[in-house]
Design a protein around this ligand. Structure first.
Ligand SMILES: [Fe+2]
Ligand SMILES: [Fe+2]
Length: 417
């Protein structure tokens, strides 16, 4: 069809007036943001490596979908002040309960078998029933979100099948998922247009507020124990260049601990502008990509990495600090610090010129680019978080670094005796 720019059904009256459309899109925004925040709170507690990587990707995609809704909703005669409000106390309750998932199976089943499939079905319905000309900007953002949701759900089903077949426990996440379904149903479903009971649902686990853990988790069955010291590969290569290269690959792989740290900041820091949460979601996904740089380089060269001890210092050593101190430690102390002449640029050049390893050189090239972005994020948000100028934040970051290294060295001394 060449008329109407290929838009079908131009004559049909749509199901959504402007006001109703804005109200429903507010719910979609709340769902994407609720998933983002709950995933960030859950990440340090989740075990399975593949699940962790998937969570980091999907929380970033949730943030991107929410970002588009932040742009669209104010176009619908709606004050941008509503973007910081919760549209439905029952949806809020759903996410206060969701963040209490206790196992990988509970989390994955609720997200990939209940919430995301319900969102996909609602988005498909919305895109089909809205007036196709008047609401094309909404249809476009929903199409992008639907593509992500389709991939996420298909991936989640595969992951769940593999987790369930590997598990010897009767627990398969079904009870938790059924509870989450009942909270969603009580809210009238994703759109809020389903039947809503007049009985408000009772809290289940959320009478106690969820607290992020003091130490981050890794799967005890498939991975080595967590550790505060770097352990590289075993046995270390005899050639000094190969040894240094393998060490670098493991340092990249262990950047998962940075994901946990930022996720803890995202979850616990309330009342920041939306752009802060969106930036941190991207930051988490970037560090997960860096972890995959290491994973891919190690696997490509035949190194075993999963059964090796897993470095969790970024999260574990900083666990007791307030969010602004954690974020200053990473973004200003570590990431801005990595911009000096011996930092990221040098790592890239060493992999290219000394190790002559094309894959690691390419990874380091992009790692450097990402870290420039992260240092900028630190300069943008750390002063806001702390309510202090950047010079003060840099002083705080130096103190936090000194504390961090003294803890890591203490762990090294303990391991040596
Ligand atoms: Fe990184
Ligand atoms: Fe980074």
């Amino acid at each position: 069809m060449i008329e109407y720019a290929g838009i079908h059904n131009p004559y049909a009256v749509g199901a959504y007036g402007v006001d109703r459309n804005a109200a429903v899109l507010q719910r979609y925004r709340a769902l994407h943001e609720g998933l983002l925040r709950a995933a960030a709170g859950q990440l340090p507690n989740r075990d399975d490596w593949n699940l962790r990587i998937g969570m980091c990707k999907h929380l970033y995609e949730d943030a991107e979908a929410a970002e588009q809704l932040h742009i669209r909703i104010p176009e619908l005669r709606t004050s941008s002040a509503t973007l910081t409000k919760e549209p439905d106390a029952r949806l809020t309750l759903l996410f206060e309960e969701l963040v209490h998932a206790r196992t990988d199976l509970e989390w994955a089943s609720a997200v990939y078998e209940v919430i995301k499939p319900a969102m996909l079905a609602a988005f498909r319905d919305h895109a089909a029933k809205t007036q196709q000309i008047v609401d094309q900007p909404t249809i476009r953002l929903l199409r992008t979100a639907m593509l992500d949701l389709e991939d996420q759900i298909a991936w989640g089903r595969e992951l769940l099948a593999s987790l369930r077949s590997a598990s010897s426990e009767p627990e398969d996440g079904a009870e938790f998922a059924a509870r989450m379904q009942s909270f969603l149903t009580a809210a009238g479903g994703v759109s809020g247009e389903g039947p809503r009971s007049t009985d408000l649902p009772r809290r289940w686990r959320s009478n106690e507020p969820y607290a992020i853990p003091k130490t981050s988790k890794r799967c005890a069955k498939t991975m080595g124990p967590t550790t505060l010291i770097r352990t590289s590969v075993e046995p270390p290569p005899a050639d000094p260049i190969a040894r240094e290269l393998a060490f670098k690959m493991r340092v990249r792989q262990e950047e998962m601990t940075a994901c946990d740290l930022i996720a803890g900041v995202l979850y616990t820091q309330r009342n920041m502008p939306w752009a802060f949460y969106r930036d941190l979601a991207r930051h988490i996904w970037d560090e997960a990509r860096h972890a995959m740089f290491g994973q891919a380089a190690l696997e490509a060269d035949g190194y075993e990495w999963k059964s090796r001890p897993q470095y969790t210092s970024d999260y574990d050593v900083n666990a007791e600090k307030i969010p602004s101190a954690k974020y200053a430690w990473l973004s200003i102390g570590i990431e801005e610090g990595a911009m000096v002449s011996l930092g990221k640029k040098k790592e890239f050049e060493w992999c290219r010129d000394e190790a002559k390893h094309p894959l690691m050189a390419q990874f380091q090239d992009y790692d450097w680019a990402d870290e420039v972005v992260h240092a900028n994020l630190g300069r943008k948000w750390a002063p806001d978080l702390m309510g202090e100028p950047i010079a003060f934040v840099r002083e705080v970051a130096q103190k936090e670094l000194a504390h961090f290294w003294s803890e890591v060295q203490r762990a090294e001394r303990k391991a040596a005796t």
